[in-house]
Write a protein that binds this ligand. Structure first.
Ligand code: TRP
Length: 334
């Protein structure tokens, strides 16, 4: 804890193009949280190679994601925005924590089961121990809170178990992280299948609005969004497609779903979809402009990368050294 603020850690993978769902559901909230917490937002490139990646593509996407964090409004002077791979403490602590994590625990992870079914030709050990690296990420910074979606909750619970196990053996080394339970971002569903979360790995590109989509594409995707034959703009589970569009419009305009329903009372789906598209454009356009500007400013981004990696190392090595001492590694004599 620095200057009385609690510590928050979160990370995103740079695989795939970020969607409106990632922005409204996570990134946009990160901004609000950055005022309240001492935040570490990592581009978790080490996690990405658990699935085979094209090297040049991974490098490019990692930089794009880091740039996007800043374009979205995170201030890299206040918030530590960095590449996980630039701070070797993550790998070092992950190794140690591997020795405090049971096979049985990792076997229970549903994401491992899902991912190994999806990538049956490459079920590598890294995919299996992925949650341990995630635990290392969080514990290195003594994070008090971690904003995670439902799909990562099991990993966070494992992190807590590992930390408690370690603390029981060696004394209070790690802060036990809590899931962030404040206002969470809107959960945005696929435009083509509103029962499914909008995802950057969706095979159907019409299901997702990507943050870099141009205005025409956004309008087209909104117009094609799957709705229903009820014909009424109402906020209810029986109309998941319409409900999702209401959520998108509300998140983009800052209105409540009720206000949105009122605004479009008596209107047809066509008009509503067009308005949803415009609302999305109104928030993505400034983001895209800022992103374009920052991408050209190589010197600035390089400096952010350098400075923040330094900060991340400074904080995390304090924890790592303590852990190394506790487990019995010899002191460094320099
Ligand atoms: N596993 C997370 C995801 O895929 C990303 C992640 C890695 C993360 N390390 C983290 C999230 C630490 C929160 C805290 O979404």
């Amino acid at each position: 804890m620095i200057d009385g603020r609690k510590v928050l850690f979160s990370g995103m993978q740079s695989t795939g193009n970020l969607t409106l769902g990632n922005y409204l559901g996570a990134l946009k909230n990160w901004l609000t949280l950055a005022d309240e917490y001492e935040c570490y937002y990592s581009v978790v490139d080490m996690h990405s190679i658990t699935i085979r990646q094209d090297p040049a593509e991974l490098r490019k996407r990692a930089r794009n994601l880091l740039t996007l964090y800043i374009a979205a409004g995170l201030d890299p002077e206040k918030t530590c925005i960095y590449y996980q791979s630039h701070c070797s403490a993550h790998a070092e602590l992950a190794w140690i924590l591997n020795c405090f994590t049971y096979m049985g625990e990792l076997n229970r992870m549903t994401q491992f089961k899902d991912k190994s079914a999806k990538h049956a030709d490459n079920i590598n050990a890294g995919l299996f121990t992925y949650p341990v690296l995630m635990a290392a990420d969080i514990l290195l910074y003594q994070a008090d809170v971690v904003p995670v979606g439902a799909d990562q909750m099991q990993h966070l619970e494992l992190t807590r178990d590992i930390a408690e196990r370690f603390n029981n053996l060696y004394g209070d080394v790690f802060t036990i992280p809590e899931p962030y339970v404040g206002k969470v971002g809107a959960k945005i569903m696929s435009l083509q299948d509103p029962e499914k979360k909008m995802s950057k790995s969706d095979e159907n590109p019409n299901g997702s609005i990507y943050l870099m989509d141009d205005a025409d594409t956004i309008i087209r995707k909104c117009k094609r969004a799957v709705t229903d034959s009820v014909g009424e703009i109402a906020y209810r589970d029986e109309q998941p497609g319409v409900k999702n569009l209401i959520n998108i419009y509300s998140a983009c305009t800052g209105k409540t779903p009720e206000e949105t329903v009122e605004e479009f009372a008596g209107k047809g789906y066509g008009d509503f979809k067009a308005a949803v598209g415009e609302s999305v454009i109104s928030i993505l356009r400034p983001l895209q402009e800022e992103y374009g500007r920052l991408s050209k400013d190589k010197a600035y981004i390089d400096q952010v990368i350098r400075q923040n990696a330094e900060r991340a190392r400074h904080t995390s090595y304090r924890t790592l050294r303590k852990v190394q001492r506790k487990v019995g590694f010899p002191d460094r004599l320099s």
